[in-house]
Design a protein around this ligand. Structure first.
Ligand code: UDX
Length: 434
């Protein structure tokens, strides 16, 4: 199959490389010349484990290339994927579809012969219909099909998520398009990955429903964590106790500082807007959005309370800035809410993150960055763990205690054990473990 991937952001790049690794011929297109130059010279614009090697392998095998020239890329394409950004429209939470529609206009210009146009970006319900309308202005019905094929990959595990997904969702009722999509995902048949064919609108909704459900699960356990703190229970044991019930499942029940990232915050908000427009009450998802925002602020208060309220002149060491480990992505990271609140209370912030410091520099003011966890902790009044990178899971606690000016540890990811930490002489605060 000949595949064109429009947009070399997270989803586009990972999907493009993985389709190439499946054996298809893939051309990734982006308007950003700098990005394309970087990719053509073997560089990767994002941090994702395994991506660089997989790109190199497929470029070498001549199955993968990068260009800014959509016209040339489109020649003879069986499928064109739209994987451009759909950020929240400033201020109102609706998804901004201008990039999707601009890409569609261009695709319409160069489409030639039966082409399957696939929306891979997360797009509001009904976007496929709009894409179809745009294409219909230039092409006859029957000469193309518009398909929804949402991506469920997680940052940090994107390649294995793409290659070994729980399911593939394909929204189309067009027979020819189904054939093309089946051929594209054929390598997954060996793993017996379920491929679910639905209508296009259903497929678009599945993506939002999946992310909103997961965000709800996290928010639920976060609220239960608050209750655990108030009544003297342990949230990790509660999560285990409920997670063993197969109807509930144990995943996404880790209490923490609130979810962040490029998907959950944006998609939950966009779904509530869609529901408002459709006059449907989606009160659970709305509450999740509010509860998660409030949570990030409350996590700053947790630190402030642990340090007695006044942070004037105190240095706080923050380990972990990215919204989760194994990524340099800072989008909607809890650190972006927590750190400024600590600074407002007078704290000086020193921070270390294995990958996200470059990104963080443009988003946080007056933070001193260090080149490792121990220089970050040295002389600080408190250590706050915001992201659970593996390298923070086994810190030498004797060294940490000696380095800290006061033995305060606030662990917002529950990566240490309260008993052990208290026995080691720390004033240890965590989440939902009283
Ligand atoms: C998510 C979805 O998992 C993925 O299917 C979708 O395609 C895109 O959005 P991602 O944003 O990469 O992927 O991150 P994910 O691993 O799902 O974590 C999202 C946020 O939830 C992170 O901030 C993480 O720290 C938080 N989280 C996750 C918790 O606080 N507790 C958990 O138990 C799980």
């Amino acid at each position: 199959m000949r595949v064109v991937m429009v947009g070399t952001g997270y989803v586009g790049l990972v999907s493009g490389v993985c389709f190439a690794d499946f054996g298809h011929d893939v051309i990734c297109v982006d308007k950003d010349r700098k990005k394309i130059d970087t990719l053509n010279s073997g560089g990767i614009p994002i941090y994702e484990p395994g991506l660089e090697a997989l790109v190199a392998k497929n470029v070498k095998a001549a199955r993968l290339s990068f260009t800014t020239d959509l016209k040339a890329a489109m020649a003879g394409a069986d499928a064109v994927f739209i994987a451009v950004g759909t950020p929240s429209r400033r201020g109102d939470g609706y998804a901004d579809l201008s990039y999707v529609y601009a890409a569609t206009e261009e695709i319409a210009e160069y489409m030639d012969g039966f082409t399957v146009v696939v929306t891979k970006s997360t797009v509001p319900i009904g976007t496929g219909d709009e894409v179809e309308k745009i294409l219909s202005k230039h092409h006859e019905a029957g000469s193309f099909a518009v398909v929804s094929n949402p991506e469920f990959l997680r940052e940090g595990a994107a390649i294995s998520d793409f290659k070994r997904p729980d399911r593939v969702v394909v929204g189309t009722e067009n027979k020819q398009a189904k054939k093309v999509m089946r051929a594209l995902y054929r390598p997954l048949y060996i793993n017996e990955t379920p491929i679910l064919f639905t209508s296009r609108r259903t497929s678009e909704l599945i993506k939002y429903a999946a992310n909103s459900f997961l965000a709800t699960k996290i928010t639920f356990i976060n609220e239960i964590a608050d209750l655990c703190e108030a009544v003297g229970a342990n949230v990790q044991e509660v999560a285990k106790g409920i997670g063993l019930d197969k109807r509930i499942g144990s995943k996404f029940l880790h209490a923490g500082p609130g979810y962040g990232g490029s998907c959950f915050p944006k998609d939950t908000l966009a779904l509530t807007r869609t529901a408002e427009e459709a006059n449907v009450a989606l009160s659970i998802v709305s509450s999740v959005v509010d509860a998660n925002e409030a949570r990030k602020r409350r996590m700053a208060n947790k630190v402030i309370d642990a340090l007695g309220g006044d942070l004037t002149g105190k240095t706080i060491a923050v380990l972990g800035l990215a919204f989760k480990p194994n990524t340099d992505d800072m989008r909607d990271a809890p650190s972006l809410t927590i750190i400024p609140r600590l600074q407002d209370k007078g704290a000086a912030i020193r921070a270390y993150d294995p990958e996200a410091m470059k990104e963080a520099k443009g988003l946080l003011n007056d933070v001193t960055y260090t080149d490792g966890p121990y220089p970050c902790i040295q002389g600080a009044e408190a250590l706050v763990i915001i992201t659970e990178w593996d390298e923070f899971r086994a810190l030498d606690m004797k060294r940490v205690k000696d380095a800290l000016a006061s033995p305060n540890v606030i662990d917002l990811r529950n990566i240490y054990q309260p008993e052990t930490m208290r026995a080691a002489g720390f004033n240890y605060t965590s989440v939902g473990r009283s």
